[in-house]
Write a protein of this length. Structure first.
Length: 575
């Protein structure tokens, strides 16, 4: 059944008594069969990478140990090892930071007045909910001073983020612009951490730099971790004071699989801003070249979120809905260039439009009548932004109980999200919305009202104040194993590699290890980088850069950053 209950109410949770979508059961059964061996192999590889770190630490070859830890973290994030956190890796990072970067600095009493808040971020681009959450947070929390520390940024920052920091009286620092690698950059970050009253980590799941820095500090400010990529393995479960989840499924996973106690496992809604004044829908449709009487089904997300499953594309699922009326149009913003929807487009000529990723999304929301979530990788921020534009939102969840983190839910959206368990019900839910303008208008209005009351303004600021209070009230957390280290074989674990991983190419052990190493090449010490890059090139293991372009792997990241700054005409504004 769909998430729509009698009377038109929507429910944002799958039915507990409903199994996986019957149409996907053969595919899911194959994942269960193949996933067991895959998880065992990937966990064994991860354990071997971990085992290589300790001997380097004992030899006091700390830079080499850090680079090996980075490779292990890369592997765990890209190739699911059956766990969502590793107490063993967190412990190694903490001890390595203490050995290589001891910082005996003692903190004084926190002064009265505005807080000095440091947001630590790995890397951002102009597209994505991650970066918008960040600058909206800074803008909403006007009573405090917010600064930004970028650990691995290699391109200019988005203008709205820089402006938000400037307006908050803060500074922007790039720790990876100085010569060296992981340890020198962690030392740079320590100097910034020591000046902060509160630290908020928005870092990528595999970024070890913040945890090396924190491990070396005798005293540190309270540390919050934003759980923005809650569906895969991440670092720091034993090294941060509180985790902030923006949806209930991520919140539950932190308790069940990352071992966070209730008082440290917090929920903070995504921070949004009101959309600009609405453009009349008919005018927006004309601007996009669509008929004024068209009914527009919009989907909008990064291209990676539209993977085909079982030979069926995202567009294939909606062809029966589109065939029912020539006025119905599917507009997909994001996947152009990465998907082949030609078969679906041939069945409904002129009714499917596929566009590339863009930051200019307002015109599409204004023209839309119904919003459909990306699949199989949900796009939470896009759903919330659609709801803020008064659109009813439909998401598809065919994976069955226990896999809720693979679906689309979010605080503020949950009460009105149309959650469907099967392809049949998904099509039925979309068909009802495109066929009944009064129903979609009522549901869209309710969706918008609930998001406005939860994800912005006074209510959001009260939630944020409660988070700050918890951070200062709780004692520092120096350790805490994240739960069982033994890999689990639940449906969630067995499905993970096929939905979120890169397993479709069926790489073997050598290819998996090569990818994890290549992702860490540019941060390695010079001799280690040169030797490993040469060996990988000779074995044909380089994936991102091949042939003559492989020489770019020899350039250390700090030099790449400096060259890009120079070619862009100078330093990042506000830095």
């Amino acid at each position: 059944m769909t998430g729509v209950l009698p009377g038109g109410n929507a429910r944002a949770a799958p039915d507990d008594d409903k199994g996986p979508d019957p149409e996907l059961r053969p595919l899911l059964d194959a994942w269960r069969r193949d996933g067991r061996d895959l998880i065992r192999a990937q966990r064994a590889e991860f354990d071997a990478l971990l085992a290589a770190i300790e001997p380097e630490m004992q030899r006091r070859r700390h830079a080499r140990a850090a680079s090996l830890a980075q490779v292990a973290a890369n592997h765990a994030v890209v190739w699911h090892p059956g766990i969502f956190a590793s107490g063993a890796l967190d412990d190694l990072l903490g001890r390595l930071g203490a050995a290589a970067l001891p910082m005996p600095f003692k903190r004084g009493e926190r002064r009265a007045g505005p807080l000095e808040i440091l947001h630590v971020v790995t890397q951002v681009s102009a597209i994505g909910g991650h970066v918008r959450m960040l600058w909206h947070w800074i803008g909403e929390d006007g009573g405090n001073r917010h600064s930004l520390a970028m650990t691995r940024q290699t391109a200019p920052l988005p203008g709205p983020l820089v402006k938000a920091v400037q307006a908050a009286g803060g500074t922007v620092s790039h720790v990876n612009r100085t010569p060296g690698g992981l340890l020198p950059w962690a030392r740079n970050l320590q100097a910034l951490l020591a000046k902060a009253d509160l630290v908020v980590l928005h870092v990528h799941n595999q970024d070890i730099i913040p945890f090396l820095a924190l491990g070396g500090m005798a005293e540190r400010p309270p540390v919050l971790l934003v759980n923005h990529a809650d569906h895969v393995f991440w670092l720091g479960a034993g090294l941060v004071d509180c985790v902030l989840s923006t949806r209930q499924s991520g919140h539950r996973l932190c308790a069940d699989r990352r071992g966070f106690p209730p008082e440290r496992n917090l929920v903070l809604p995504l921070c949004l801003e009101p959309p600009p004044p609405a453009v009349p829908r008919a005018q927006a449709k004309r601007h996009l070249g669509l008929p004024e009487d068209s009914v527009v089904i919009l989907t909008l997300a990064r291209s990676v979120k539209y993977r085909s499953l079982g030979g069926q594309s995202f567009a294939d699922a909606l062809v029966p809905v589109l065939k029912g009326d020539r006025r119905r149009h599917l507009v997909a913003v994001g996947p152009k260039g990465s998907v082949d929807w030609s078969a679906a487009m041939a069945q409904v000529p002129g009714q499917i439009t596929v566009l590339p990723e863009t930051t200019e999304t307002e015109q599409f929301f204004a023209a839309a009548d119904v919003f459909v979530d990306s699949f199989p990788f949900s796009s939470i921020t896009s759903m919330l932004e659609a709801g803020l534009h008064g659109l009813p939102v439909v998401t598809r969840y065919p994976f069955g109980p226990g896999c809720e983190i693979m679906g689309g839910d979010s605080v503020g959206l949950d009460d009105n999200l149309v959650w469907t368990n099967s392809l049949r019900d998904f099509r039925g839910a979309v068909l009802r919305l495109v066929s009944d303008p009064d129903y979609r208008l009522r549901l869209g209005r309710r969706t918008r009202a609930h998001i406005e009351a939860t994800n912005m303004g006074p209510d959001w600021r009260r939630n944020l104040a409660a988070v700050y209070d918890a951070a200062f009230r709780l004692p520092p957390r120096r350790s805490g194993p994240p739960g069982a280290e033994r890999p689990q074989m639940t449906d969630l674990d067995l499905f993970m590699p096929f939905v979120f991983g890169t397993v479709l190419a069926r790489p073997g052990e050598a290819a998996r290890l090569a990818l994890a190493r290549e992702l860490g090449l540019k941060t390695m010490p010079n001799l280690q980088r040169l030797a490993l890059c040469a060996a990988m090139a000779l074995r044909g293991e380089l994936r991102f850069r091949k042939g003559w372009s492989a020489w770019r792997n020899l350039v250390p990241e700090w030099l790449t950053v400096r060259l890009r700054i120079s070619s862009s005409g100078g330093a990042q504004p506000g830095c």
